[in-house]
Ligand binder design. Sequence first.
Ligand SMILES: NC(=O)c1ccc[n+]([C@@H]2O[C@H](COP(=O)([O-])OP(=O)(O)OC[C@H]3O[C@@H](n4cnc5c(N)ncnc54)[C@H](O)[C@@H]3O)[C@@H](O)[C@H]2O)c1
Length: 443
Amino acid sequence: MTTSPRPIAPATGKLGVLTVGLGAVATTFIAGVELARRGMAKPIGSLTQMGTIRLGKRTEGRAPLIREFIPLASLDNLVFGAWDPVSDDAYRSCLHCGVLDKHEHVEPIRDFLQGIAPMPAVFDQYYVKRLEGKNVKQGRTKRELAEALRKDIRDFKAKHGCDRLVMVWCASTEIFIQAGPAHQTLAAFEKAMETNDVSIAPSMLYAWAAIMEGVPFANGAPNLSCDVPALEQLAIDRGVAIGGKDFKTGQTMLKTVLSPMFKARMLGVAGWYSTNILGNRDGEVLDDPESFKTKEESKLGVLEYILQPKLYPELYGDIYHKVRINYYPPRGDNKEGWDNIDIFGWCGYPMQIKVDFLCRDSILAAPLVLDLALFFDLAQRARLSGIQEWLSFYFKSPQAAPGLYPEHDLFIQHTKLKNTLRWLKGEPVISHLGVEYYEYGES
Ligand SMILES: NC(=O)c1ccc[n+]([C@@H]2O[C@H](COP(=O)([O-])OP(=O)(O)OC[C@H]3O[C@@H](n4cnc5c(N)ncnc54)[C@H](O)[C@@H]3O)[C@@H](O)[C@H]2O)c1
């Protein structure tokens, strides 16, 4: 299918990237961009920086870099701002989180990192039990607090001479909240902000403020945030790109690669036990059962959608699926994720697969923040408003239009993303049919 290219406003001028939270993920992302700009590290893991895109037939040999194919903001044009209830600047936070090597990657950019101090956050310990912070905004109502965020956004844009902004939630996981009456319409949502309704979490106030200011919003944690009808509609009405939830980095990324393999080969799954040990602040926050519940929901949904037990009851109708996260300080940000998968094959014979992923949480998440910032800015310039399902590739629990089930398979998500880029540029999308390469007889 070839279409005419979609008009895309140029990526000129500065792009301000506002992160909610200035912890491990946000600082690893910011420092990594600065190191890449100075030629001191490579942006490995980032599709926007390292990926290519095939155009046309396999015989044409056209595969430009994505960033040369489609207009994306360049790393040199990024400026950074953040909110956090902990007042550490990006330098102190980097040292506290201990992800990057102090001598090789933090000290050389100390001045730059010290220049990024967090703005006072909209924070309430009711929603993140295991965290305390003093760098917090005061206001009588949630509406007032959200209006203060809008002012921060405008002030940041003016102060740094930004052409455009994008906001990425890199803050802690809040307690589990289900969408209720206050989230259904904008009128109900705004009333709930004014009456300090408990169902309006800080992450929703940031999302509302971003949308009201015309700033695209991507949610890297499993909190509902912009995943409620009122904010989805507001984003469409105001022409703003939104999406989430929860960066897909470690164990769930593996799950969304392995489970499509089982389904493709019609192998059964009897059980999937996943456990993690993690010692960073995120692990500490997730040690609280109410925050863990939010994460658990996000991690558990994946298998159900990919394996489709209703279509394949004999293969996937009775899976025992368990996910655990254990806070274990000695490991810091270096998470270890174990998976034990009990599968069965021909004549029902059982087999096992064990995965032990010794990963680095923020090293995996940082390039996702970069890609999301650049692609959400692209979406905004291409006037793609509302949910950006084509960016499901980055999320554990992707938002999709009402009535659609989310697509979790990593490689379907990857194809969808690249086809969206082709479609934006008026290039034929690639179906992988490939009959044109063979001489079949007339039918
Ligand atoms: N690293 C990964 O692989 C990964 C994957 C998926 C999701 N996530 C999510 O990304 C988020 C960040 O992870 P991290 O490792 O950087 O955690 P972190 O604890 O190091 O950083 C989170 C920061 O958010 C701040 N914060 C909390 N509430 C806030 C609020 N209301 N406003 C502004 N700041 C607030 C905290 O003070 C903290 O500094 C977490 O929710 C985590 O679950 C991470």
